[in-house]
Every structure is written in C-alpha cells, then in structure tokens.
Design a binder for this molecule. Structure first.
Ligand SMILES: *[C@@H]1O[C@H](CO)[C@@H](O)[C@H](O)[C@H]1NC(C)=O
Ligand SMILES: *[C@@H]1O[C@H](CO)[C@@H](O)[C@H](O)[C@H]1NC(C)=O
Ligand SMILES: *[C@@H]1O[C@H](CO)[C@@H](O)[C@H](O)[C@H]1NC(C)=O
Ligand SMILES: *[C@@H]1O[C@H](CO)[C@@H](O)[C@H](O)[C@H]1NC(C)=O
Ligand SMILES: *[C@@H]1O[C@H](CO)[C@@H](O)[C@H](O)[C@H]1NC(C)=O
Ligand SMILES: *[C@@H]1O[C@H](CO)[C@@H](O)[C@H](O)[C@H]1NC(C)=O
Ligand SMILES: *[C@@H]1O[C@H](CO)[C@@H](O)[C@H](O)[C@H]1NC(C)=O
Ligand SMILES: *[C@@H]1O[C@H](CO)[C@@H](O)[C@H](O)[C@H]1NC(C)=O
Ligand SMILES: *[C@@H]1O[C@H](CO)[C@@H](O)[C@H](O)[C@H]1NC(C)=O
Ligand SMILES: *[C@@H]1O[C@H](CO)[C@@H](O)[C@H](O)[C@H]1NC(C)=O
Ligand SMILES: *[C@@H]1O[C@H](CO)[C@@H](O)[C@H](O)[C@H]1NC(C)=O
Length: 842
C-alpha cells in the first residue's frame, strides 16, 4: 500500500536513503508486505475465479480451482478455460492485469495531489475521484474501448486502496469495506471534519494506540495528514507518518498509515491490505453488474476482443483480382467463426484515387455482405494511396488488431512509411500484405495492362512494414492468393507465440538456431523469399532438405514466395537449426502454440512520494541513452528469465539487458543504451513447472525503434481531475515541444486522434540541433460526445528527409469539469475507435 505527495527536495532524500524503495511501492520485496500491484492483481484474479465459477455453475459444468496452489493468472485462466473453451489465452488475461496495475502505480507519480490518496480528510474529493472514474470505466465499456476502461480502472483502484491504508477504517474494527466510496448515493457519514482532534503523540516511536479513544468509540472515520514540505497540520490531527511526512514530526507526532509492515501502523498492514483486496473486488463486482458478464470478461482480458481489418485497393487495376480477394476475405472471416479467435468487430477500409473510406461493424453477416458488394472504381492509374488506407486502419482500429492489406501496386504515398511504422509499433497491430498482381503475365485485359511489376525497392517498403509488425508480405498470383492466405492463417490462431524472427538482405545466406521447449505444439517455420534453398536440422543431428515435401522432421509447402515447414507433432525439444539461401532478401519466422508468452512495455523510473516508482512511457526512447523495460512472462507458473537482449532485424544481438525480478514472473530490464534502427526483444529462460525443466526462447513479434527526436505535450491540467480532460464542443488548446539531436531544419508535424476528431497543429516547425521549439495545437471534440469518452491523441514530428520520427501519445477524457491551467502533464496511450462513417485523415 502506498502513496503520497512529492517534492523535489525530498526526491533527493529518497535517492540518498533508499535508492530502490522507500516506504511504499516496492520494486523488489524485502518482506511480506503487499503493494498496490499485488493487491490489484489478487483482487482481479479472485474476482475472475468467482465469475468463472458462477458461469460454470449456471451451465451445469464443473469448475475446479487448483488445490494447495496459489491462485495466479495462469492457474485461474486455465481453470476458467477448461469450463469455457471460448476464453482467451493467458497472455490476454495477464496483459489486462498488467495494464490495470501499471495505471494504478502511475497515480503515485502525480504531483501535489492528496485527494487521490485519501490524506488530509479529503473524503468527498477522494470519493468523487472513485465514482467519476468508475462512471468512465462504464462509458468506456459501453463504447467497446477496453483499453481505456483498464486504464481508468487502474487509477480508480489506487485511490480506493489507499483509503484502507491512510484512514482509520481498519482501526475502527470494521470487517467489511466502506461501500459509500463506490456508491455515490450512500452517505459519507461519521467522517471527521478538519477541526476534530483525532490523535495523540506516539510514545517512544510506538504508535499502536495514538488514535484518540473518543474517535474509536464514536466510530469516526479520519485520515492522516501528510506533507513533504511543511510540518503544519490542523491541531490534534493524525499524520500519515514516515520519513517523507513532515507533519508527523509535529505534535501529535507519529502516524497511522499501514503502507507496509514497517509503517507507523504496520501491525495492521495485513488487515488493511486484505481489506483493500476485498474493496477492489467489490468495485469490480459493481462494474460487472453494470456492464454485464461479457463486457466484464473482456475488461479483465479473460475473453479476447479482436478486430479483423481489411484494407482493400479498389482502383480499376484490381478488377481482375477483386473476385478472388472477396473469396479470400470471406474465407479468412469464416475460418475464425466459432473459434476463440472469432473477431468481436470488423473494419473495412477501401482506397482508390479519390480517397479512403472506412466502415465498421460487429455483425459478421453484415460485414460479409459489405465485402461481397465491393466493386472497383476510379482509373487504373498507378500507384495507389495504400499507406493512407493503412494509416486510417491503424489509427481507428483498437490496438492488437489483425490487419490484411490487398493491393496490386506500389504506394503512391511512401512519405507515410515512418508514420505507419510508428503507428504499428505503438498499436502492436499485425499487418499482412497480400500483393496480388506481383506476377500476372496471363492478364491481358485493358485495365490490368496499366499494371507493371513492382520494383524491388517498392516491394521492400511493404516488406519492411510487415516485418515491423510481425506480419508477412505475400507476393502471389491471383490463382495462388487463396492457397497463400490459407497457409498463413496459423499465424493468427489463438495461443500463437513467436520463437524466432529474422530478416536478411539479398545474398546473405545464413544458419539460424532456435530453442524448442516442452510447452510448445504446432511448431511452424515460415520462410519468405525468392528461389529458397533450405535445410532444417534437429537437436540430435537429423536433417531435412527444403525440397523434401514429407520428411523425417516435418512437411513442407511452397506457395509463391512462401515456404511453410510444419514440424512433426513429436518434435524433439532443444536447439534446432535452419540454413537458408535465397536470391533475394528473405524473412524467417518460427512460431508455435504455447501458454508461455511474453509482453513488455517501455517504462521510466521516477522518484515519487514513496521512492522509486515506474510507469509506462508513450513515446520512443532516446537512441544512445539508457532505458528500462517492464517485462512479464505469462502462462509459465515458474518461468525464470535468464537472458534478455535487443536484436536488430537481422537477429543479431545489439544490447544485453540487466534483468531484475519484481515479483512473480514480472521483471524490470535495464538497458544501458537504445540501439539505432529497429529492434525486437528476445529472451531465454528456464521453465521448471513441468519436469524435466526445459530452456525456452521467445521473441517479440513487433519491432520497436528509438529516436533522436523528443516530443512532449503539455495540456492544461486540473486540480480536481486526475487526468487530462476536454469539454465536448469547446476547443482545447495545448502546447507541445520538439527537440532534436539529429538534423536541424524544417520538421514535419502531424497529429491525429483515435476517434477521427479534429486536431490542428502547425504543419512544420523549424528545429535546431540541441534546441527545443514549442508549438500549439487545438483539439475539438464534437459537442455530442458522451462524457467519459476516451480520446487518444498522437502528435508526431519527422526530421527533414524522413531520417527520424518520434511521437507522443496522450489520453484525454471528455468531461464536463471546467479546467484550470497549470503545470505539465504527459501520459498515456493510444487507443480505440468505433465509427460508422467516412473519414479522410490526410
Ligand atoms: C451511515 O449512516 C447509515 C444510516 O444512518 C448507517 O446505516 C451506516 O452504517 C453509516 N455508516 C457508517 C460508516 O457509519
Ligand atoms: C475479505 O472477504 C473475505 C470473503 O468475504 C472474508 O473472509 C475476509 O475476512 C475479508 N477480509 C477482510 C480483511 O475483511
Ligand atoms: C547455401 O549455399 C552455400 C554455398 O553455396 C552452400 O554451402 C550451402 O549448402 C547452401 N545452403 C543451403 C541450405 O542450400
Ligand atoms: C540513465 O541515464 C540517466 C541520464 O543520463 C542517468 O541519470 C541514470 O543514472 C542512468 N541510469 C542507469 C541505470 O545507468
Ligand atoms: C527454476 O529453476 C531455477 C534455476 O535452476 C531456480 O533458480 C528457480 O528457483 C526454479 N523455480 C522453481 C519454481 O522451481
Ligand atoms: C545490473 O543491475 C545490478 C543491480 O541494479 C547492478 O548491480 C549491476 O551492476 C548491473 N549489471 C550491469 C551489467 O549493468
Ligand atoms: C542529445 O544528446 C545529449 C548529449 O549527448 C544528451 O544529453 C541528450 O539526452 C540527447 N537527447 C536525445 C533526445 O537523444
Ligand atoms: C502554452 O504556451 C503559452 C506560451 O508559452 C502559455 O502562455 C500557455 O499557458 C501554454 N499553455 C499550456 C496549456 O501550457
Ligand atoms: C516546411 O515544410 C513544409 C512542408 O512539410 C512546407 O510547407 C513549408 O513551406 C516548409 N517551410 C520552410 C520554412 O521551408
Ligand atoms: C530555421 O532557423 C534557423 C536559425 O534560427 C535559420 O537560420 C533557418 O533559415 C531557418 N530555416 C527555415 C527553413 O526557416
Ligand atoms: C517519465 O514519463 C512521464 C510520463 O511520460 C513523464 O511525465 C516524466 O517526466 C518522465 N520522467 C523521466 C525521469 O523521464
């Protein structure tokens, strides 16, 4: 349990006295105290188990939790999905939990704000934060914006949990939680006013009974006072207590917080922490009741939400392919129907010479109808606005969407390459290009005659973007399109993990090694390149040539420029190898099904009121500077991570990480330098949950990049709101700064929102090296926008000559609250969607 207020002077104190932890949030554990992270995770896991038990019961099915075993995200997800096969893989559950608790922890990074922490008798303000936040979560769920809902939920749980540490609720002997904090219609009665004396000084550092007897008798609820700067507090008031709290040195001395076992009321820490878990579960139940079972399961990631997106070129030159593309799209849709990968939403984006059109729906039949009614239009002029179409998809679809792009031409808008790459990285969506007219010599009708084969450099643009996203670029004739798309459907099936991913330039033969562990099944090796020569080696020295269709190690299928090797189901665990020769550049990807997967976010470490705390950053880290990753292994009860490295596109290690466990299977990884160019993350470790223990390897599917440009945003911030807000119908003006360590000159500035709302920024800024330039932007959210709607704003700056690009992503909530201007604020993240209309972003 933790929290407080912070000030520069004391940040230094924290750094001197306790470099790694101080009082509250711990990065590592030295004792049995529970922190916000554990309280939040425990509450979600317990509530999830309850929901699954209720569901199973209602369907007359058995639901058994592992006996003698701690409830973890892995055990609960397993138990839940054994009674309900439609539930998602453990990565989604763990990922939702991580998003929620990272946003819980982030509340400790806020400056000068006691209401979010229930100090200084700020009861109604604290309750307001909770009830407003819960209302936002409900709006987010109604709008299908699960990521925003998780973020708001995380912030709310922090404030709720702090109440049980910072007030005397536990001292009053209550064995149930304070429901009035969640339910605005209940009275906040029996709370102390600022004039009521509540404490006496502690005797010899013993604070066990410093609360005044009459307060306890009358069951008056009170909180501690706390300040990092000033010892002043109203007469007779309890303090929070602890090294950072100046007020605790003034009479009455000492404190009442239960942040951890060593706190002033540390003997009550276990009770307070457990009460906080129960209160968090009560809040989750409130949301479950309001949102319903389906949305609740999606909120906590037990049920997967996925948007399937097609970006289709409908210019005249596609007339030959369009029928086949419709067939292939419908096949992709149908192949997922009724599986745990069935999309919850669909989006179609078409582009031609006149622009980009977007339509989305949650209804599968409506979507198929839409696809079937597609017709080509416009002239056959060449090339097309492909990246504009893809950019709309990435901006409007929720993160982690599956995007398929069909075109026969090179992009008319290659200047958007860096923007699209950055959007892929920040949304973690997977993009697959199906390039159809690549070789179509048989086509001779008038419209297709305007086509010409794409040059290698034109193709490379698509290959590079697919690679960043962990997707594929298939270059096929119209006749093999269908076969090719079937061959890659495995990439999108549930529980897929990436073991190895590499790209090599032309003429670069190579031998690559990868570890297969006992948790894996359905292992597939994809190689994409021209005239491929391949030899596969097993751990015991067996080998199979790429020309042997059915060999001792697996079966091999060749379609267009793709080779797909499906390993035999009884493959050996251990180190495998593969040698590849190709006349062109090629990519290699090894995937398999496993519950053991990784997720990571870049974080920065800040000194907050309770010492070091970390939070996600929503911008590219600086090249050449150090950086920190938060890394979580899901689905591995006792996975131990031993090595983490950043690898470049060719798969070579560029930077080794320094791994510190932060509890369970979560780690902080410090990197002493951000590399140039794009990189993925590869890790190795040991799985010893099953015997014999087995070394495992995973690689991130998405590639990331650092930058030499820094973009920060500055919004008017509010004293009452815990996040950036905007009033629908009123223009919100904000500042942003761009600084650079690379080329000086005319930087291109772009901004967009996930909702397609209007945002204006100057089109360019003149930035000098080492200097910093400020720009002003305006965001206008339409007046009919529902309060609580989440708006994700992205501001980006691109260096002259497209040599570098960085962005800042900010989350803003539509709110009725008026705002006052002050300090700096920059948080948050990208996100989501739902619109049913035409949008021209560019
Ligand atoms: C507040 O008042 C209501 C009604 O008088 C009572 O039922 C409830 O127990 C009180 N709550 C607290 C925390 O004292
Ligand atoms: C939390 O709730 C559980 C189940 O209702 C109960 O057994 C436990 O005593 C509660 N814990 C506290 C600290 O109130
Ligand atoms: C690739 O080419 C090299 C040199 O010609 C040859 O030694 C090697 O066996 C080839 N590898 C494959 C997989 O064909
Ligand atoms: C990272 O870099 C910053 C700024 O250069 C420095 O203050 C900090 O000590 C570095 N951290 C590590 C772990 O090297
Ligand atoms: C797994 O193995 C590693 C290395 O041998 C060991 O440090 C760790 O404690 C083991 N974990 C479990 C849960 O057995
Ligand atoms: C890794 O981190 C530990 C603890 O912070 C530190 O002592 C050690 O020097 C670091 N190692 C490297 C190679 O940076
Ligand atoms: C630019 O370089 C200076 C000195 O090397 C460094 O302190 C600063 O952090 C760098 N900024 C970026 C954005 O890389
Ligand atoms: C933006 O910058 C201008 C001029 O520097 C300043 O007056 C204004 O308060 C800033 N706005 C915000 C939201 O910080
Ligand atoms: C900067 O570039 C923009 C286009 O990105 C152009 O419109 C503008 O004229 C340029 N400004 C200068 C001063 O060169
Ligand atoms: C940018 O600013 C520098 C110095 O202020 C100036 O010399 C240069 O001409 C400006 N460039 C543009 C394109 O305006
Ligand atoms: C860490 O990130 C937050 C949010 O982006 C930012 O406000 C803060 O200044 C950053 N702190 C450091 C030390 O970089």
């Amino acid at each position: 349990m933790v929290s407080l207020v912070l000030v520069a002077v004391f940040l230094l104190w924290g750094a001197v006295f306790q470099p790694h932890q101080a009082g509250g949030f711990k990065i590592t554990h030295s004792d049995a105290s529970l922190n916000h992270q554990e309280i939040t995770e425990t509450a979600i896991i317990r509530k999830a188990a309850e929901v699954c038990r209720d569901k199973a019961k209602a369907q007359g099915k058995d639901f058994t939790l592992p006996v003698n075993n701690k409830l973890t995200s892995t055990t609960v997800q397993k138990a839940c999905s054994s009674s309900n096969s439609a539930l998602s893989k453990s990565t989604n559950f763990k990922s939702a939990i991580v998003t929620i608790y990272l946003n819980n922890i982030a509340v400790d990074r806020k400056l000068f704000s006691d209401p979010p922490h229930f100090d200084n008798e700020k009861f109604s303000e604290g309750r307001d934060i909770i009830t407003k936040g819960v209302a936002r979560v409900k709006v987010n769920l109604k709008e299908g914006n699960y990521l925003a809902a998780r973020k708001n939920l995380g912030a709310v749980t922090h404030t709720l949990q702090d109440f049980y540490s910072h007030s005397n609720w536990v001292e009053l002997g209550y064995t149930f939680s304070f429901s009035a904090l969640i339910k605005p219609d209940l009275p906040l009665n029996n709370t102390a006013d600022p004039k009521t004396a509540t404490c006496k000084s502690c005797v010899d550092d013993n604070c066990n009974d410093n609360i005044l007897p009459e307060i306890l008798q009358k069951k008056i609820i009170t909180t501690g006072y706390s300040s990092l700067l000033s010892p002043d507090k109203p007469a007779g008031k309890c303090s929070h207590g602890g090294i950072f709290d100046q007020t605790s040195r003034n009479d009455p001395t000492g404190g009442i917080n239960k942040d951890d076992l060593k706190s002033a009321h540390g003997f009550l820490h276990p009770k307070a922490a457990n009460m906080a878990i129960n209160a968090t579960m009560e809040l989750l139940e409130d949301i479950r009741q309001a949102a319903g079972e389906t949305d609740f399961l999606r909120l906590i990631g037990l049920s997967r939400t996925i948007m399937l997106v097609f970006v289709i070129d409908i210019t005249g030159s596609m007339s030959y392919e369009i029928a086949e593309i419709k067939k292939v799209s419908i096949n992709i849709i149908d192949s997922r129907k009724g599986t745990s990968d069935e999309p919850t939403d669909y989006m179609l984006i078409t582009f031609d010479d006149t622009g980009v059109k977007l339509t989305s729906t949650g209804n599968i039949d409506e979507f198929k109808e839409l696809i079937n009614s597609l017709s080509v239009s416009g002239g056959g002029d060449f090339p097309e606005m492909c990246l504009s179409g893809l950019l709309v998809a990435l901006t409007r679809a929720p993160p982690s969407s599956d995007i398929f792009v069909f075109t026969d031409a090179s992009a008319k808008d290659p200047e958007l390459k860096n923007t699209v790459g950055a959007m892929i990285e920040s949304t973690e969506s997977t993009v697959t290009f199906l390039l159809t007219s690549f070789i179509s010599p048989e086509v001779s009708d008038s419209q297709s005659s305007s086509s010409r084969p794409m040059t290698q450099s034109e193709l490379q643009l698509y290959r590079d973007l697919a690679h960043v996203s962990g997707g594929q670029t298939l270059e096929v004739t119209t006749n093999t399109l269908s076969e090719a798309s079937t061959a890659i459907t495995d990439i999108f099936t549930s529980g897929q993990v990436t073991i190895l991913q590499k790209a090599r330039s032309a003429g670069n033969a190579g031998t690559f090694f990868f570890l297969l562990d006992s948790s894996l099944s359905n292992v597939i090796v994809y190689i994409i390149g021209d005239s491929l020569d391949v030899i596969l080696y097993s751990p015991t020295g067996g080998s199979q040539s790429g020309s042997v269709i059915n060999g001792g190690l697996g079966s091999i299928q060749t379609v267009g420029n793709l080779k797909k090797i499906t390993l035999k189901s009884d493959f050996q665990t251990g180190q495998w190898g593969i040698s590849v020769n190709s006349t062109s550049s090629y990519t290699l990807k090894v995937i398999g099904q496993s519950s053991v997967d990784i997720l990571f976010h870049f974080v920065n470490i800040t000194l907050g009121g309770h010492g070091e705390s970390w939070g996600q950053i929503f911008t590219r880290p600086s090249i050449g500077q150090n950086a920190t990753l938060f890394l979580s292994v899901s689905g591995g009860e006792s996975a131990t991570v031993t090595d983490v490295k950043l690898v470049d596109a060719s798969g070579s290690s560029v930077v080794n990480g320094n791994v510190t466990s932060v509890g369970g299977t979560d780690y902080l990884v410090s990197l002493n330098r951000m590399p140039e160019g794009s990189f993925g993350l590869r890790l190795e470790g040991l799985l010893n949950s099953s015997l014999p223990s087995s070394r495992f390897q995973r690689q991130s599917s998405i590639h990331h990049k650092g930058s030499r440009i820094t973009v920060t945003t500055c919004f008017p911030s509010s004293t009452v709101e815990t996040q950036t807000t905007t009033i629908p119908g009123v223009s919100l003006s904000f500042n942003f700064t761009v600084s650079t360590n690379t080329t000086a000159g005319n930087y291109t500035i772009r901004a967009r929102t996930s909702n397609g709302f209007t945002v204006t920024v100057p089109s360019s800024l003149n930035v000098s090296t080492g200097g910093s330039v400020q720009g002003t932007g305006t965001l206008t959210v339409p007046s009919n926008t529902e309060f609580g709607t989440d708006v994700t704003l992205i501001v980006e700056a691109e260096a002259p000559g497209s040599t570098d690009l960085n962005y800042a992503t900010v989350r803003i909530t539509a709110s009725a609250t008026s705002i006052k201007f002050s300090g700096l604020q920059s948080f948050s993240m990208f996100l989501s969607l739902i619109g049913l209309f035409v949008s021209l972003l560019l």
